[in-house]
Write a protein of this length. Structure first.
Length: 504
């Protein structure tokens, strides 16, 4: 009897549960759709972060999502879908130094008529607008200085008795690679510089998808500004030029053996590995390609592209080039995607143009397009982050001057259409540098002039006065989207120094 009552109770419970399930199935699922993941939520993005993704808990009415999505400040972009995942790709990089809010209300799912998405609100930031420079007056003289425009903060990163010769920021801006020697060493020789890394005090917080590009997860707290780590000494080799790979894990340093000057060339320095020379034919200026796997090295009368990791079965004494471009004697920059480069042809094979230089746009598909030609010099050329514009520092011979003198100016070129904009004329000067902001919105320039040139018998050793300028490149958001430079007047910065370089 007890067993029969138990089985009847179990059967009754099963019927009740089945009925409840049937009611739910017939009446539908009334739970609201929601956002499961927003890839940039509470992160800090950089120019390399070109798209965010929103993942929903159920299939959505795509039109209702697109119509109700708002970003403040506005970011123009394109929408694409893959099931429950929506991607938003920016037309141009987000401006640095800003906080952005993403809001989605009133969107509807696809399966239930009138069922609206739970209201969604999220925020993200872009990196601060910051740059580094070598100071030249007061307590900043010869020292590496970081200036954060967003926070109006200035940090001196190196000791007072060091002379900084050159530097390059790491990809996330948390560290800077630099070459320096002590003041006493600088008095005797400038060839004893050692290579160091110094923290900037910036704590990066990139989106999760950035880790694939940058290798390991960045340190949660890289340390306060000014913590210095030795990278390469100069005991046996003199250290010359250097570069950092786009993933931040490979350095290339040009080195010369102190006891055998014929032993010179690039060395590779990787995380947790001993430095080693790259077995290659000697060369000159170089840069690491955006893929972080190859080196662009000037060799002889041309430019070689070398693998940074030679094939294991390569038995040759020296690394064989992946390609050799015989017409080009200098490479200024490569586009962020690595498909094109700005290169200089010195026109040595053209008797009619022997005393001119030409700037070419060269692609990995074999396209070679002359952009500019000058009877002076090309000082620098840098691609903007959209890869549409190339900003160039160029000089022309001043035909009105009684002495040989080159007149510098800043110009921009649309590399596809060939349109040229003359942006700014600059006074003749012995040294001139520029740095394009990672978001493409402004340029840094330094201007050096010699003081009291009329009063000295040795103008080459006259005292230099250095000033830095900020040049906004677009007068409106519409001009930026159209890729049409329209610079406003340059702004004189409230500090003096040389070689200002934006942090990425």
């Amino acid at each position: 009897m007890l067993g029969q009552r138990f089985y009847r109770a179990a059967a009754t419970l099963a019927l009740v549960l089945a009925g409840a399930i049937l009611v739910v199935l017939l009446s539908g699922d009334h739970a609201s759709a929601r956002v499961r993941q927003f890839s940039w939520n509470e992160h800090q993005i950089g120019v390399e972060d070109s798209a965010f993704a929103i993942t929903f808990s159920r299939p959505m009415n795509t039109a209702s999502v697109e119509d109700n999505l708002t970003i403040d400040p506005p970011l123009s972009g394109r929408v694409s879908w893959a099931g429950r995942r929506m991607a938003y790709t920016l037309d141009v990089p987000a401006a640095y130094g800003r906080a952005y809010t993403v809001r989605l209300d009133e969107a509807q799912d696809l399966t239930t008529q009138g069922n609206k998405l739970q209201p969604f609100l999220a925020q993200f930031r872009t990196r601060d607008r910051a740059f580094a420079y070598i100071g030249d007056t007061g307590e900043e003289e010869n020292r590496l200085v970081l200036y954060n425009l967003t926070r109006d903060r200035r940090d001196i990163l190196t000791p007072p008795d060091w002379v900084v010769m050159d530097f390059k920021p790491y990809p996330l801006g948390d560290r800077i690679l630099f070459a320096a020697l002590t003041a006493s060493e600088a008095t005797n020789s400038r060839l004893d510089q050692q290579i160091y890394a110094v923290t900037t005090g910036i704590t990066p917080n990139p989106p999760q998808e950035a880790f694939g590009r940058l290798g390991d997860v960045p340190a949660a707290n890289p340390g306060p500004a000014g913590e210095i780590t030795p990278i390469l000494d100069s005991q046996d080799y003199q250290n010359l030029g250097f570069d950092i790979s786009a993933d931040g894990h490979t350095l290339v340093v040009q080195r010369v053996n102190r006891n055998d000057p014929a032993d010179f060339g690039p060395w590779i320095v990787r995380d947790d590995e001993e430095p080693r020379p790259l077995a290659a034919e000697p060369g000159g200026d170089f840069l690491i390609a955006p893929d972080s796997q190859s080196l662009i090295l000037l060799q002889g009368q041309g430019t070689a592209i070398l693998p940074l990791t030679p094939p294991e079965d390569d038995s040759a004494d020296v690394v064989q080039p992946l390609d050799f471009l015989s017409d080009y004697g200098r490479v200024f920059d490569m586009s962020r995607d690595g498909t094109s480069a700005a290169m200089v042809n010195y026109n040595q094979n053209n008797p009619d143009e022997r005393f001119t230089q030409s700037l070419f746009f060269v692609t990995n598909q074999g396209e070679e397009k002359e952009l500019l030609r000058t009877d002076g010099s090309f000082l620098d050329a840098q691609f903007d982050p959209t890869n549409r514009l190339l900003y160039c520092l160029v000089t022309d011979l001043d035909e009105d001057s009684e002495e040989y003198q080159e007149q510098p100016f800043l110009t921009a070129v649309n590399v596809r259409e060939g349109t040229v904009w003359d942006l700014l004329a600059l006074p003749p000067q012995p040294n001139l540098h520029m740095s394009l902001a990672p978001d493409g919105l402004a340029l840094l320039l330094d201007q050096q002039t010699r003081l009291d040139m009329a009063e000295t018998d040795d103008p080459e050793n006259a005292e230099l006065s250095s000033q830095m300028w900020l040049l906004p490149l677009f007068s409106s958001r519409e001009a930026r989207l159209a890729g049409t430079p329209s610079p406003t007047d340059p702004e004189r910065l409230p500090m003096t120094g040389v070689q200002p370089i934006w942090l990425p």
